[in-house]
Design a protein around this ligand. Structure first.
Ligand code: HEC
Length: 123
């Protein structure tokens, strides 16, 4: 009697989902950095003041920034310009929390934090 297994295996290979293709794993990260860039520059008015991440960190995070309330200089946010960024997870989470609240009026979601981190690391 002939086995039907070879035919079943062939069918299974044909039915493999497209997500197994390598290029579908590159594109989402590009979108992630794009969303991060958008959020970084997005302005909202809170307590009568227009705020964005760029207010203190500039819209080119490879440049040094300046605190809009205290006027104190802030070192560049992009790791390509400042190797001290994104090395201390405690510092990163503390400032994400504080700055998202101040800038957006709420905490950032995990997705938003990942988007911004990937944007800053991509430039
Ligand atoms: C009012 C000014 C101000 C605004 C607006 C602001 N930040 Fe910051 N941010 C700071 C200061 C001050 C620090 C800490 C000093 C330093 O690390 O240079 C900091 C540090 C950080 C860090 C720590 C990174 C590290 O590893 O050193 C992250 C992440 C960060 N900010 C993200 C954001 C995001 C995201 C936004 C917008 C939602 C934002 N910041 C808006 C002032 C600001």
């Amino acid at each position: 009697m002939k086995s039907i297994f070879p035919a079943l295996i062939a069918a299974a290979i044909t039915l493999l989902p497209n997500s197994a293709l390598p290029n579908t794993q590159i594109e989402p990260s590009a979108f992630t950095a794009k969303s991060g860039e958008k959020l970084w520059n997005q302005t909202q008015t809170i307590s009568g003041q227009v705020r964005s991440c760029a207010s203190c960190h500039t819209s080119d995070p490879r440049q040094a920034g300046k605190h809009i309330r205290t006027g104190k200089p802030i070192k560049p946010m992009a790791p390509s310009a400042n190797a001290e960024r994104f090395v201390d997870p405690k510092k990163v989470s503390k400032w994400f929390k504080r700055n998202c609240k101040w800038t957006l009026g709420r905490e950032c979601s995990e997705q938003e934090k990942a988007d911004i981190t990937s944007y800053l690391k991509s430039i």
